[in-house]
Design a protein around this ligand. Structure first.
Ligand SMILES: [Zn+2]
Length: 230
C-alpha cells in the first residue's frame, strides 16, 4: 500500500545501490548482540575487522549459479510477475560481480541486480539474493516512482524482501547462530532491514528505525505477488 502511495511522491534522483547484507557466518555471530542503539557504522567496521571472510566463488562460478537460480520456481515466478507488471528483464539484468563491500548483492535502478560472487558459496545463497533483489525490482516496477531516498519506501521494500525471500527461515537462522526460535523471524527481518538501510545515505539509524516501525504491519502483510509468504 505504501508503495502505491509512492506514486504521489516526487522522485529526488538520489541513486545508490539497495544492498543486501553479506551472509558471513562468523561475522553475523559476532554481531548477534547488535541492537538498534548501536551505530550501524561502528558495527560494520567491527564486522569488517573481526570477520574471517569465506573465499566465496569466482565470477564465472557465480554466473553459473545465477543461471541455475533463474530456473527455480520462485525466481521464475517473480520474473513472470515483473513482466506482467510491465518490467521486462533482459539477459543482462542480473550479473555476478566481485564486491569490495560486505554485501551479498544489490539492486539499482537502471543497472539491475548484482550478485557478489566473492560472498557466494552455495546455490541456496545465490537463490536467496535473486529472490530478495527481484522483490526490490518488483516493488519499484509496481510503484512507478518508488524513491529509495525515502526511508519509508526503502524500509517497506526491505521488510518485504526480507520476509518473502526466506532470508530469515529458521534453518538459516540456526546456521547464523541465532537459536531463539519464537518470534525469531520478525526479529531477524528487522535486524536485516536495519543492516540494509545502514547503506542508505539518506536515512539515519533513527529515521530508519522509525520508518520501519511505522510501516511494519502494512508492509509485512503485503505479500504481493505471492498470495501469502512463501
Ligand atoms: Zn534489500
Amino acid at each position: 500500500m505504501i508503495l502505491h502511495a509512492a506514486r504521489l511522491i516526487k522522485h529526488h534522483g538520489h541513486e545508490f545501490i539497495v544492498s543486501v547484507p553479506a551472509r558471513d557466518l562468523s561475522a553475523e555471530r559476532k554481531c548477534s548482540s547488535t541492537n538498534f542503539r548501536e551505530k550501524p557504522g561502528n558495527t560494520n567496521n567491527q564486522m569488517a575487522e573481526s570477520s574471517t571472510i569465506s573465499k566465496g566463488s569466482t565470477v564465472e562460478e557465480c554466473q553459473d549459479m545465477i543461471r541455475r537460480g533463474l530456473r527455480t520456481p520462485m525466481v521464475k515466478f517473480l520474473k513472470e510477475h515483473l513482466e506482467k507488471s510491465g518490467c521486462r528483464i533482459g539477459d543482462n539484468f542480473i550479473k555476478a560481480s566481485h564486491c569490495n563491500q560486505k554485501i551479498s548483492g544489490g539492486y539499482a535502478r537502471g543497472r539491475g541486480i548484482i550478485v557478489c560472487s566473492n560472498h557466494m558459496q552455495i546455490q541456496d545463497e545465490v537463490n536467496q539474493v535473486l529472490i530478495h533483489e527481484l522483490i526490490h525490482a518488483y516493488d519499484e516496477c509496481r510503484a512507478g516512482n518508488l524513491d529509495w531516498a525515502n526511508c519509508a519506501h526503502h524500509a517497506c521494500s526491505e521488510i518485504r524482501a526480507g520476509h518473502l525471500s526466506g532470508d530469515c527461515h529458521y534453518k538459516r537462522e540456526l546456521l547464523r547462530g541465532y537459536l531463539k526460535i519464537r518470534g525469531h523471524e520478525q526479529e531477524c527481518v528487522k535486524r536485516r532491514v536495519m543492516k540494509s538501510m545502514s547503506g542508505n545515505p539518506n536515512c539515519s539509524e533513527t529515521a530508519s528505525k522509525d520508518a520501519m516501525e511505522a510501516i511494519w504491519d502494512v508492509c509485512y502483510n503485503d505479500t504481493k505477488p505471492f498470495d501469502r509468504a512463501p
